[in-house]
Design a binder for this molecule. Sequence first.
Ligand code: COS
Length: 436
Amino acid sequence: MLVDGHLGQAGGAGSAGPVFLVPIIGTHARSTLTAAVASSHDLDHRTVDEDRMIRDRETLNVLLDNIARFVRVRLIPNEDLVAETDEIPPDVVADMKAMGLFGLTIPEEYGGLQLTMEEEVLAMLELGRASPAFRSLIGTTVGIGSQGIVLDGTEQQKRDYLSRLATGELIASFALTEPESGSDAASLRTTAVRDGDCYVVNGTKRFITNAPQAGIFTLMARTNPDDRRAGGISAFIVDATSAGISFGKRDRKMGQKGAHTSDVIFENCRVPAANLIGGVEGMGFKTAMKVLDKGRLHIAAICVAAAERMLADALRYAMERKQFGQPIAEFQLVQAMLADSKAEIYAARSMVLEAARLRDEGRSVATEASCAKMFASEMCGRVADRAVQIHGGAGYTSDCGIERFYRDVRLFRIYEGTTQIQQLVIARNMIREASA
Ligand code: COS
């Protein structure tokens, strides 16, 4: 089953009937989705351009409507519970899997939806309206945990892993950061030493999102001890159940309860040489950077969505809350906060969509992805601050979800590259281009 009957009513008012009681995953995910839309409108089944995924607007809208409804009906009502228990209820996770959310970016031949970057951004603009913890659970599988295999993996590696990632059977996690290597990712110390048909991995990875749930890690480790920078790094797919892997305690974080991070410790962990991503040593850093370019657009979209949610909540509060005999939304100083937030969200939304389209055109978007991630995450922080301010005393209490969002979104300016790293990437690329 997908989700409850209510959720199955895709298409909203005027829809011809339930069209989404089929999972949007499986070997023929794209045609299933298209057929569902076509039948809902009593149309003949249309064929969708195979190379461009669900580029017809109507089919895409059904997917987006379905995610929006899932957010409204299943995720937002569970936000408080997740924050209290630090766990996403298993039935919600099961629904996410059944909906195909773990397979959004996995190629269709492996059972995913193979969304383009623009489509992924649009999907995240819906999903990101709920507490970030929900997105975080699927985010590493849809994003940084799987994309190393999608972008640079061998055919065999894709066959071995992608189908199980698309269904959510395996959660993928991205293991780059270490105790002594964060922003300076190329200085990582974890080693992978070739021994027969295996690599022996030793080292510690830190703050690894979804480590406790992971089925596989995309691991960056140094295969060439003589090259202390990027060229000495290789990427591996590591089965999380491998002997020699242990986990630290879950990190106690400022926010994002329900999203779990921990250390992952590798002690003489043997990884088959066949799991070297792309089958070539020394390419792991570039794989990680390409994955992060994509991940930064994904996070930028999530920032926009979270900001839209907070602004909607703040606007509703401002229109209800009365002081001096009138709704506080009538006061110009409150209006200034609403208007600034609206304009900044609009700017960030435009940036992330534009950058996503450029990537879909095959352009290198390292600069644009960093611009979008930097602006959108900083914008999100400003909107969170104003949303608390508009809520006044109520905004500071834990009963009001805005305080939780304020803490949750703080992470956006840190992970997948801090604001300062985005500045560095942008400026370095500017200088490089100007010198070329
Ligand atoms: N796509 C493809 N290749 C890239 C790339 C990209 N976006 N960015 C860099 N590379 C390549 C470079 O072209 C270079 O290749 P050559 O040696 O063949 O020229 C190589 O990777 C090394 O790049 P560079 O010299 O720029 O690496 P630096 O160590 O100087 O710095 C930064 C790279 C700081 C940008 C990188 O370490 C970074 O992004 N750090 C933040 C890490 C991060 O986001 N962590 C969060 C973890 S996930 S929550």
